[in-house]
Design a protein around this ligand. Structure first.
Ligand SMILES: O=C([O-])C(=O)C[C@H](O)[C@@H](O)C(=O)[O-]
Ligand SMILES: [Mg+2]
Length: 430
């Protein structure tokens, strides 16, 4: 073991991976057959390896590569120094191709925050391993033993238009009956205590009918609907009275802070967002509105907010301004879900069950296997560090899948055009 003052990160490794992802529908199109992520490993001069999962889009891989010199050679304890180096050394980029509104992984403007989060995650894993403490303890200690997640329902087709593998077991999810069946299956398998439906896909009246069917099938279970800003302000106001009695919060129905602010005057529901408040600058703008303001619940996401510590800061600011806090997710595997779990354990004012796409994923890179849910919650690991080790064989397989799948930047709109050539992804559509 190196003395702590000689402890250094000697090498960064980034492995892009692709894993099977079902044909899930959203405001801008449909998920491609493979979702992209990357695994960042930081190795130290005493042979420890810390890991973090982040986005796998081409822009993110380039940003990580440009930041190599900002991490190699430095101490794993140098978290604040790393933040500063990355803030000044990693530039925002205008993505050369497509920037998908729902995929923060493709947002060049968030390059520095995304790189900080990836580096910090692996550094906290290293610190925890070295000290024999779980990441949540490094973050100041867990205030809960397990973290509640929400069932995350999607409208979906039974299979992809191109068929690189056999269809999933969930089947089609379009009618209210199919959505209720999807929720029932997900609750049976995972025990989730609240339910979110990804909306912004079909006629809003159909989506409201699905929420009513869910409320009838699961009385007392908290429900959320997220149209991903695909409804105009007028449409969002029109459906507010029906949703008032159905939802626990109304997530990003309409675009812009101004739009959400106006909507807030027409609904009794808290308005939640992972679209109009996605940075500290936007949070500042949001809390400056007089009255109720545009946002009552911030859906944080450490992967693009600058990391676990930055998200703790975000949660404290939310507490100061009386805003609720929960978490947004994307298609992800155990290293990401477990990092969210450590973080959520160390956020006292987490007010709602967090999102996770995890039930939609079948493949895994963790040697521990698939993450287990008990009554919809994930137990906070007590093992040193993140508590996730890489299954090297699985990592190799998912990296091979990345190389062969041909996808380099998530583009749900281009995928949807294969089903419907007239689809534009233009938003708000309803
Ligand atoms: O809450 C959200 O906005 C999301 O989860 C965004 C995701 O990109 C979701 O729309 C998806 O996976 O299609
Ligand atoms: Mg959302």
């Amino acid at each position: 073991m190196k003395a702590l003052n000689e402890w250094r990160i000697t090498q960064m490794r980034v492995t892009p991976i692709a894993f099977r992802d079902p044909p899930l529908l959203n405001a801008v199109g449909i998920h491609e057959p493979y979702a992209l992520r990357s695994i960042v490993e930081l190795e130290t001069n005493d042979g420890l390896v810390g890991i973090a999962e982040t986005y796998g889009d081409e822009g993110m891989l380039k940003a990580l590569e440009t930041a190599r010199e900002l991490i190699e050679g430095f101490s794993p304890f140098d978290l604040n120094g790393m933040d500063e180096r990355v803030k000044h050394g990693v530039k925002a980029t205008k993505s050369a191709g497509f920037e998908m509104n729902l995929a923060p992984g493709s947002h060049g403007a968030k390059n520095a925050a995304k790189v900080m989060a990836a580096f910090e995650g692996a550094m906290l894993d290293l610190i925890g391993q070295r000290l024999g403490a779980p990441v949540c303890d490094v973050l100041g200690g867990a205030v809960r033993d397990s973290v509640p997640y929400s069932a995350y329902l999607f409208f979906k087709y039974a299979e992809h238009i191109e068929k690189p593998y056999a269809p999933d077991a969930w089947g089609e999810g379009i009618s209210p009956e199919q959505i209720v069946a999807q929720a029932r299956r997900m609750r049976e398998l995972y025990g989730f205590g609240s339910i979110k439906l990804k909306g912004g896909v079909f006629d809003p009246a159909h989506e409201v009918a699905c929420m009513a069917a869910l409320a009838k099938a699961f009385p007392g279970v908290p429900l959320r609907l997220d149209p991903n800003a695909n409804w105009t302000l007028e449409t969002s106001i029109k459906h507010a009275p029906a949703l008032n009695s159905l939802l626990e919060y109304y997530e990003d129905p309409t675009p812009t802070l101004d739009g959400m602010n106006e909507l807030a005057k027409h609904t009794t529901l808290p308005l939640a967002t992972n679209m109009v408040v996605t940075s500290f600058e936007e949070l500042k703008q949001s809390v400056r509105y007089p009255g109720r303001g545009p946002v009552q619940v911030v859906l944080s996401d450490h992967h693009y907010w600058g990391g676990l510590r930055a998200t703790q800061t975000l949660a404290r600011i939310c507490d100061t301004f009386g805003l609720g806090v929960s978490m947004h997710s994307n298609s992800h595997l155990a290293p990401s879900l477990i990092a969210m779990t450590h973080l959520a354990a160390a956020v006292p004012n987490l007010s709602y069950a967090c999102d996770t796409h995890y039930p939609w994923q079948e493949e895994e890179v963790a040697a521990e296997g698939r993450v287990k849910f008990v009554n919809g919650s994930v137990t906070v690991p007590r093992t040193p560090g993140l508590g996730v080790t890489l299954d090297r064989e699985a990592l190799r397989t998912l990296n091979e899948q990345y190389k062969s799948c041909g996808i380099r930047t998530r583009n749900d709109t281009a995928e949807m055009k294969k089903y419907d050539p007239s689809f534009t992804g233009k938003s708000p559509r309803y």
